[in-house]
Design a protein around this ligand. Structure first.
Ligand code: 2OP
Length: 296
């Protein structure tokens, strides 16, 4: 997924990119391959692959995708203990070499890994962001567009909560050309699309068998990176450390965030119905259980 992030970002010329991995030669090979595509793409992003964190020094943004991925039948939560150890190692090196960066966490289980990175880095909460809502919303948008036979460009959607089985797609705030989908589709159709969104990651894992999705997750990361680098003040659903917003304290949960040069510059508290709020609380509770296991 890290290499695909690099691919999308270089193709948009978002900046210079360093790919880092622990497998000897792999980041160097991928980095050089991507660099050699730049003349064709007419992009001046410099791409470097390395195993040495020194080469990443003073990065503006660091995207952490490190960790094992799911196999068919596994939930994201099954990755907790292994990825916690990997996250501990990676975060300490990133913080040493890029103390002023914005961290974007992609490793699963997403919200618990974001909480781990936040606690271990000592960064302020605006500088640690979990990627998930943009991906889950993109899946929901793709399914809505296919169902209605309309352009994906017409479709907006919001998926809040943790990046897991309890995620909270919000049909009331999901629209086609500004019209809520609740006006355009039967309830049962919406429920089917909501369930497919919840199962979106597992659907890909089932096909790939040896790994999880990477094109859509890394496109989601790229949208977040662009919003920060260009100080766009873009409202995107991201996992943020909440300190009372939505009645949730001391926990990473997916909520609408304003992304700009300082990272998360604001958390929007949108009005939720009692049912939606209950679903968000339930999702937060499942994140709470995970972070308790690793004690962050
Ligand atoms: C997914 O949903 C990898 O968690 C990621 O595909």
């Amino acid at each position: 997924m890290g290499a695909t992030c690099g691919h999308w970002m270089a193709s948009k010329e978002l900046g210079d990119i360093v790919l880092i991995d622990v497998i000897p030669g792999l980041p160097q090979g991928k980095g050089l391959d991507l660099l050699e595509a730049m003349p064709i793409e007419k992009r001046d992003s410099f791409v470097l692959g390395t195993e040495d964190y020194k080469d990443t020094a003073n990065s503006d943004i660091v995207v952490i995708t490190a960790g094992i991925a799911r196999k068919p039948g596994m939930s994201r939560d099954d990755l907790l203990n292994t990825n916690y150890k990997i996250m501990q190692d990676v975060v300490s090196k990133v913080v040493t070499h890029s103390p002023n960066c914005v961290l974007i966490i992609v490793s699963n289980p997403l919200d618990a890994m974001a909480q781990t990175a936040y606690k271990l880095s000592g960064f302020s909460r605006n500088r640690v962001i979990g990627m998930a809502g943009v991906l889950d919303s993109a899946r929901f948008r793709a399914f809505i567009a296919m169902e209605l036979g309309v352009s994906v460009e017409n479709v907006t959607a919001f998926v809040l909560g943790g990046h897991g089985d309890t995620m909270v797609p919000l049909p009331r705030y999901s629209t086609v050309a500004g019209v809520p989908i609740t006006e355009l589709m039967e309830k049962s159709t919406i429920e089917r699309l909501v369930q497919r969104t919840r199962d979106g990651g597992a659907e890909i894992v089932k096909y790939l068998k040896t790994g999880s999705a990477y094109y859509a997750p890394s496109a989601a990361v790229t949208e977040m990176v662009e919003a920060i680098l260009k100080d766009k003040k873009k409202i995107l659903p991201c996992a943020a450390y909440l300190e009372g917003e939505y009645g949730i304290h001391g926990l990473f949960v997916g909520v609408p965030c304003k992304l700009g040069s300082r990272g998360i510059e604001d958390v929007w508290e949108i009005h939720l119905t009692d049912e939606e709020m209950a679903a968000l609380k339930k999702s937060a509770d499942s994140v709470k259980e995970l972070v308790a296991v690793v004690g962050v």
